[in-house]
Design a protein around this ligand. Structure first.
Ligand SMILES: Nc1ncnc2c1ncn2[C@@H]1O[C@H](COP(=O)(O)OP(=O)(O)OP(=O)(O)O)[C@@H](O)[C@H]1O
Length: 306
């Protein structure tokens, strides 16, 4: 199946700032793809490149089969994009705003619009400028879901929203699963875990991984091995063992490529081990482990360069 999005070594430089470095990924049809990463990791830049708001310095992307630099007009009618700081015609009422947007989209579904207005509890007579951020986000989302776009793109849709509004937004998006492909950027790993099918992790503009949430959950394990007093850390531990730590006869690490042979590998390094436990990890602990490992390796490199 042709991916909805495909990027090849997509890169963006803003003067001295490299915002995105050679990002290659694919988003298959029907996916709910969550792009995560710390502040400044490049999430918004990636989305803006796909939406043809900024242009790549190098590399390329396709969106719905078109080059990202051609995303405009009729292609854009098939995309529902809500940006982080969505600009809206503030003086309009919610009702007027929806009527205004309706005019641009031949596929606008009036019944779905009415349903969204009711479920998201949108105050049709209130002016946009008098709405809270959460309410505005809901109005923006209704204005893109109502024309049933093939591709929904949301930059930080949940940030700063209370849990109730967040749940309402997620529920409305869940209903689009199957019909639309969704790309969203988020800091909220719990929401991502409950909702996404795929996750891509950006760090300093680099894509550390892009994969299905289920395979990510399968390959990460927190491992604790009781190796006995007096044991020392062997050299050349596998690079896939993140944040290794030995203290008081207990060796602890995060295995980022866990499989059936994992026990054998551990035994090779610690033949004297007496006990071991292996625990699955949630998305949050996986990210913390990756971020810590990244920081430790940056520290090591800096020390080596000194
Ligand atoms: N127009 C711009 N001019 C110069 N630098 C920019 C511009 N836009 C973004 N950057 C820089 O590019 C890097 C990536 O920014 P980006 O907004 O894509 O990150 P982000 O992951 O979306 O961050 P956040 O989670 O805080 O929204 C940052 O270092 C940012 O300062």
């Amino acid at each position: 199946m042709t991916p909805i999005v495909e990027t090849q070594r997509l890169s963006k430089q803003y003067r001295a700032e490299t915002a995105l470095r050679e990002v290659s990924l694919a988003i298959p049809p029907g996916a709910v793809y969550a792009l995560v990463g710390a502040n400044g990791a490049g999430k918004s830049t990636f989305i803006k490149l796909l939406m043809n708001i900024v242009q790549p310095t190098a590399g390329a992307a396709t969106v719905l089969g078109f080059a990202s630099t051609e995303v405009a007009g009729a292609v854009f009618e098939r995309i529902g994009y809500v940006s982080e700081n969505q600009e809206m015609p503030e003086a309009m009422t919610v009702g007027d705003f929806l009527a205004y947007v309706r005019g641009f989209y031949p596929t606008w579904d009036r019944a779905l619009e009415a349903d969204l207005v009711e479920r998201l509890d949108l105050p049709l007579k209130r002016r946009l400028k008098n709405l809270s951020r959460g309410m505005k986000m809901k109005a923006a989302l209704a204005s893109v879901l109502a024309y049933r776009p093939a591709f929904i793109v949301l930059d930080e849709p949940f940030s700063g929203l209370d849990p109730l509004v967040r749940d309402e937004l997620i529920e409305s998006l869940r209903e689009r699963k199957g019909e639309s492909t969704i790309l969203l950027s988020s800091h909220d790993l719990e929401e991502v875990e409950s909702f996404a099918t795929h996750v891509g992790y950006l760090q300093d503009g680099r894509l550390l991984f892009s994969e299905e949430l289920s395979t990510l959950g399968d390959r990460f394990r927190e491992v604790t091995v009781v190796v006995g007093d007096g044991a020392t850390l062997p050299p050349n531990l596998p690079e896939t063992w993140l944040t290794p730590k030995l203290a008081d006869g207990v060796f602890h690490f995060v295995d980022s490529s866990y499989d059936e042979a994992a026990g054998l590998r551990t035994g090779r390094f610690f033949p004297q081990s007496v006990d071991a436990s292996v625990a699955p990890m949630n998305l949050r602990s996986i990210f913390v482990a990756i971020a810590r490992a990244g920081r430790a390796s940056a520290r090591e490199k800096a020390e080596a360069a000194r």
